[in-house]
Design a protein around this ligand. Sequence first.
Ligand code: TYC
Length: 109
Amino acid sequence: MSDNDSFDHNSDDVAVAVQEKKPLLKRPPLYKVLLLNDDFTPMDFVVDILTHFFHMKHEKAVTVMLEVHTDGKGVCGMFSKEIAETKVHLVNEYSREHNHPLLCSMEKS
Ligand code: TYC
């Protein structure tokens, strides 16, 4: 019997097990937004992306940039599907505008 179960008592004082309905709503899934390494995008540009689009402090942005540089990819943050899609779009658009090949992508967490 789960934590949601309890006992009710009818008029003859006979115990009856009562199970509450499971909640109908599940939390929506979160998505990781990732940066991928490449050989051409300047490190400073990646740090700027992390501070401006992902609101990281400079020190944290440098740490994440170096993680991407050494491991090939790194997580910028976790968001709802719609917010993650928007961040990916804005970062890739901004990188292309500045003629850098930096790639931002997302995956279900
Ligand atoms: N590897 C790049 C360089 O040496 C730096 C870099 C870091 C590029 C992170 C992309 O997501 C990236 N200039």
